[in-house]
Design a protein around this ligand. Structure first.
Ligand code: ZN
Length: 423
């Protein structure tokens, strides 16, 4: 085992080079640039390590077209005897670079023990670490049982529909093909991420009646009705959510409760004013809400308390009327701490850092949701290098030593999972 860990440490230059190579593909999503060359690059690397590769395009998924095909790569290497399959899944897409960078975001600058670039932390550093971990494991234990898979999937940043969701619907993340999944998202090198909070996105529309803006009393202003709803939210909903704590170990601590974001509100004249006024009383106002909920809450309770406030306004406020449309829902997820993959990663952290890991829950969702809901596979955690707070920010970076240590943890976890039944 020590030989494998030393071998990973000795692969530092290769790990840095692989991370830089991945960063140099500007896989910005949207629109989904450079997916094909990045997937092919990863596929070639894994073919050279004895993996069989499959390229699966998320045909018909949102954003998929011939200019921006949603190209995924799945690589599999069979062991010498039957056994479980461990799958490392990383998304290859990144969010746009944005402003405020002091280095080229797609160059892969190395400085002070860090690799800088868009996606360095989220999550090309984690992908590179998993590849190097697996390669070192194969060299140390060439006769391993079972199978190892590594995938590079797309569109995680936009919901994962052309990536993990597409594949999970087609059995790529289900028994008997796969048994354990590790997602090297940047949750910090000494933490095991067991899952995420739930999400409910909805659009609420208040109705009014159009009239000339100089005589608003002849119409009915939908924006004022929305104002009444927002006031009721301030009054009743936000204080109620603030009190609702969870046993889920969400990080950061502020997210260890129910939250609501008012994502957008719009009514009346368009916000790109052209100099042509439109003096109307608005007959519609739309609000998009982003509600994050907990294992202790059910989706019907979450929706019910918003609808109760709307119905109360309808009963008490003259002419108040509304419609509500669901946009998205994701159930909260928490893998048990004693699940095989969670304890294998925990043991790896214990060995490398000589301490118990922290168990955390992500405040937002990631591709684990599709693996659970569509793949019906629950032995899944997120574990990878990179500091969560750096994701999506200017001058994003990943620590080189962090990548090496987390690769060691991944290789140890892989060993435990594949050899478990033989002990
Ligand atoms: Zn990510």
């Amino acid at each position: 085992m020590d030989g494998m860990l030393e071998s990973i440490a000795g692969r530092k230059d290769d790990l840095v080079a692989l991370t830089r190579d991945l960063i140099r593909f500007p896989t910005v999503n949207p629109p989904g640039e450079a997916y094909v060359p990045c997937a092919e690059f990863l596929g070639r690397r894994l073919q050279a390590s004895g993996f069989a590769t499959e390229f699966v395009r998320g045909e018909g998924a949102p954003g998929d077209n011939d200019y921006f095909p949603r190209m995924n790569v799945i690589a599999r290497r069979e062991g010498k005897s039957p056994g479980p399959c461990v799958h490392f899944n990383s998304h290859i897409d990144v969010v746009e670079a944005g402003d405020g960078w002091t280095v080229d975001p797609f160059e892969g600058v190395v400085r002070d023990g860090r690799v800088y670039g868009r996606g360095a932390c989220d999550m090309k550093g984690g992908l590179a670490a998993s590849v190097v971990a697996v390669e070192a494991f194969i060299e140390a234990f060439p006769d391993y049982p079972g199978a190892i898979e590594i995938s590079g999937t797309v569109d995680e940043e936009s919901g994962g529909f052309g990536g993990v969701a597409y594949l999970a619907k087609r059995g790529y993340f289900s028994h008997p093909r796969v048994d354990h999944v590790i997602i090297p998202e940047p949750l910090n090198k000494d933490r095991v991420c067991l899952g995420h909070r739930g999400v409910w996105w909805a659009e609420i529309e208040t109705m009014g009646e159009q009239a000339h803006g100089s005589m608003p009393f002849l119409g009915d202003c939908a924006v004022r009705h929305m104002g009444a709803l927002l006031a009721a939210f301030e009054d009743k909903l936000f204080p109620a959510l603030d009190t609702r704590q969870t046993r889920m170990p969400v990080v950061p601590e502020g997210a260890r409760r129910s939250t609501l974001n008012l994502n957008s509100v719009h009514g009346g004249q368009t916000d790109d004013y052209t100099g042509l006024p439109s003096p109307n009383v608005p007959d519609s106002c739309k609000l998009t809400i982003d509600r994050r909920f907990l294992l202790e809450e059910t989706i019907s309770d979450v929706k019910g308390e918003v609808i109760a406030i709307l119905d109360d306004l309808k009963a008490t406020r003259p002419k108040f009327d509304y419609e509500i449309r669901d946009i998205m829902e994701v159930m909260p997820l928490m893998t048990e701490k004693d699940a095989p993959v969670a304890s294998a990663v925990a043991h790896g952290i214990q060995t490398i850092f000589d301490r118990e890991p922290d168990y955390v829950i992500s405040p937002g969702t990631y591709d684990q949701k599709h693996i659970a809901r569509l793949g019906h596979l629950y032995d899944c955690v997120a574990y990878g290098p990179g500091i969560l707070d750096l994701a999506h920010r200017p001058d994003e970076w990943v620590g080189i030593e962090d990548m090496i240590q987390s690769a060691q943890v991944m290789a140890l976890a892989l060993h435990e999972l594949l050899f478990a039944r033989q002990r």
